[in-house]
Ligand binder design. Sequence first.
Ligand code: 2IT
Length: 448
Amino acid sequence: MYKSSYLNRVLREVKAKNKEQKEFIAAVEEFFDSMDFVVDKDPRIEKFAILERIVVPERIITMRVPWVDDRGRIKVNTGYRVEFNSAIGPYKGGMRFDKSVNLSILKFLGFEQTFKNSLTGLPMGGGKGGADFDPRGHSDGEIMRFCQSMMAELFRHIGPNTDVPAGDLGFGAREIGYMFGYYKKLRDEFTGVFTGKGISYGGSLGRPEATGYGLLYFVEEMLKEFKKESIKGKKVVISGSGKVGGMAAEKANQLGAILVAMSDIDGYVYDPNGLDVKYITKKAKEKGLFSKEYAQDHKGAKFVAGPHGMWSVPCDIALPCATQGEIHEEDAKLLKKNGCFMVVEGANMPCDVEAIRYFNSNGVLFAPGKASNAGGVAVSGLEMSQNAIHLSWTFEEVDARLKQIMKDIFKKCHDTAVKYGQPTNLALGANIAGFEKVMDAMIAQGVC
Ligand code: 2IT
């Protein structure tokens, strides 16, 4: 129950209209926890029905994706694009290819993306898409035919000033290339309709590193503000060996942190003296997996099957970078008990609502992904800028802008948290600061 009766009513309606969508409802509840601090202070929110409108995607496209496998068999998957909010810019957000993809997950991700993109300060609305298709185990030819089949529908709905997709889980440079190529063929138009593109056809230097590097720049800001320290010598654990985890490990290592444990889908490796980060990032890039081989090649390290146990490893800082719902209340308690004082999300909502509440009421510094992992989409925004002016910036230029954007995001979140009397509650700061810009634009644009 919230203090505000308006919030209670809107949440009841969201629950009634989205009965089966537990991930989406959880994202709305987490956001409404913060809205409870503002709705009574700003009567415009209720007067202009901002929350009733902001929880409904502007448009959802669902498509049949038929394709033919290498043995000539016809297969069918379901594809989606959720165009959530375009108040401050074209829809922008990744595409996810995974068996788990459904409308609840994409609505949760599109909702989060709206506030994340707002926090970057760049003109991007919120969107997300994908399909219940897992590229693992499929040949390049199958993946290409799948991407082309999906684009044969999607091309009608996206465009550089309308909706600009990018990568996410299961959707990397290969998938972006196939989709971009087919869009270009269908539209006869070479534009920045995707971000995360290859460097030879309009991609930005620094985009592959951006989410992981940005996460560490955010961690540095938190340590400076709250602890007057840096990450040098701190013990760090990272979950997930995808693009985010791999690049976070690389930057943490560059900044002098000690990576004591890291996981992939098989399990995790632990070495209290520090893991061999170069080995891990190389293997993770090649295969997306490293943990089993790591333990064979490094006698000092321990391998534990199953990634979940990693949250019991003693550490200073935990960076969950795998996927949603990795850290529950019992994991949060274990982290705290074993010395962890800071949890910063690299994935989207890896910590559930109970875990976040536990961190906030037990003195564990916490940052939500919509702030701390915004570096990826921020550099996507910079890729859009470069495409629009037909120029490419150097890695150093992109990286310097990324660093400044992460500093600015931290400041916005922190200043807002301070304004509402909760100086360390960055989830509150991120939700309110991200929301305010979207709300202003929605009011200015009338009922539409
Ligand atoms: O979750 C995310 O922010 C992304 N998958 C990146 C989105 C983007 O448009 O670069």
